[in-house]
Design a protein around this ligand. Structure first.
Ligand code: NAD
Length: 368
């Protein structure tokens, strides 16, 4: 049975694939190639003790295969923790498609990808992630039933981003309560980095509550459109991390919390949607703690999306998904208290809870 015990080594992308898998005990990695459609993808299954490995598919123009493999290994492991801490009967998996989604993504490529997902017989269930839309999932669905996040018109749960954003908002409010003694975000200076599907919904919650929101995105057109619609201010400085803010919300890609950015941060809280925000989870979780910054673990507060697609598997009901996403507030509070009592980082506290559940449920269930 796979376990998620703390690795003694750090993954190096020069290690062999099997060595990289063994460091965090990944169960299976599938490389997918199809010359006719141009599909190059990697599916990583980290752990199936709690159930089938569910996690979205990310499409990104990675610089090389090593970068894509590193991303899918990190993301799939994060999904194991996310499902476990959220009380879902799911394992952790993820897929990446290598390439620029605006250039090479089409029906044939997505359907070919769907066939690869199908070949795993339900051990991996896919959904959307960065670069992938509900329309793409419709194509995947033509080739496999092992897909979630399909359009509402097809009986699915549609775009999970509003539920993810709501959960992040709950996690941010719990963080504010912990740090400031009140969960009101009225007047708080919040920087949202990445105003895509999740970021935009988060900005709307924050503006509605009276927060002073600054936004940044590499997509200038989107930046201007969201600023116009929400009233948020566009970041116009030279270094995002040096901005005077109360709360930093990373909602783009991962690893923005690293040895270069953390020393510059002038905020009290980091709470955002991006997966794998810590470049090195042990080193940078502790670095934030030492700096007196409260970090709301990403896999805990961005679980709204997986909560939403999970409810699609058991009979979709958006109110039920939103109610469960709301529980992120209490869960985050209990993780912050545990971390404080045990004098450990919030990621260490969150991992303890997730690993305990995997260990306990592992005793009563066989692997998938
Ligand atoms: P998205 O692709 O819709 O949005 C990402 C945005 O980030 C884009 O607008 C992109 O231009 C921007 N971006 C990329 N690199 C950037 C950079 N260096 N600086 C500033 N902006 C940058 O993706 P999304 O669905 O909103 O997801 C955002 C993050 O949240 C991802 O890390 C994703 O894995 C995570 N997440 C999403 C969900 C969900 O339900 N969609 C669930 C859990 C976690």
């Amino acid at each position: 049975m796979a376990t998620t015990k703390e690795p003694k080594e750090t993954v190096q992308n020069t290690d062999s694939v099997l060595k990289q898998m063994s460091i965090n005990n990944h169960e299976q990695v599938v490389f997918c190639n199809d010359n006719d459609t141009g599909l190059k993808a990697i599916i990583a299954i980290h752990n199936t003790v709690l159930g089938p490995a569910l996690g979205g598919t990310r499409m990104w123009a990675y610089n090389n295969e090593a970068e894509a493999l590193n991303d899918v290994l990190r993301l799939s492991r994060g999904m194991t923790y996310k499902a476990a801490i959220s009380g879902l009967n799911l394992g952790g998996g993820k897929a990446v498609i290598i390439g620029d989604s605006s250039k090479i993504k089409n029906e044939a490529l997505m359907r070919r990808f769907g066939k690869f997902v199908n070949s795993l017989g339900g051990k991996y269930i896919t959904a959307e992630d960065v670069g992938i839309s509900t329309k793409d999932m419709e194509y995947v669905k033509m080739e496999t039933d092992h897909v979630t996040g399909i359009p509402e018109s097809m009986g699915g749960s549609g775009d999970p981003s509003p539920v993810t954003a709501y959960g992040v908002y709950m996690g941010m409010k719990a963080s504010a309560k912990y740090v400031y003694g009140s969960d009101s975000l009225n007047g708080k200076k919040v920087l949202v980095q990445g105003i895509g599907h999740v970021g935009e919904h988060l900005v709307n919650h924050l503006v509605k509550e009276g927060a002073k929101v600054t936004i940044f995105d590499i997509n200038k057109e989107r930046l201007e459109a969201v600023a116009k619609e929400s009233g948020a201010t566009i970041f116009n400085g030279s270094d995002l991390y040096e901005l005077d803010m109360d709360i930093y919300a990373p909602c783009a890609l991962g690893a923005t919390l690293n040895s270069q950015s953390i020393p510059k941060l002038r905020c009290a809280i980091v709470a955002g949607a991006a997966n794998n925000q810590l470049e090195d989870e042990n080193l940078h979780g502790q670095m934030l703690l030492d700096k007196g910054i409260l970090w709301a673990p990403d896999f805990l507060i961005n679980a709204g999306g997986v909560i939403n697609v999970y409810s699609e598997l058991i009979g979709y009901n958006r109110d039920y998904a939103m109610t469960n996403a709301q529980k992120i507030y209490d869960l985050a509070t209990s993780i912050f208290n545990t971390a404080s009592q045990q004098k450990i980082s919030t990621i260490a506290a969150a991992k303890l809870v997730a690993e305990k559940r995997i260990e306990e449920i592992g005793k009563v269930k066989l692997s998938y």
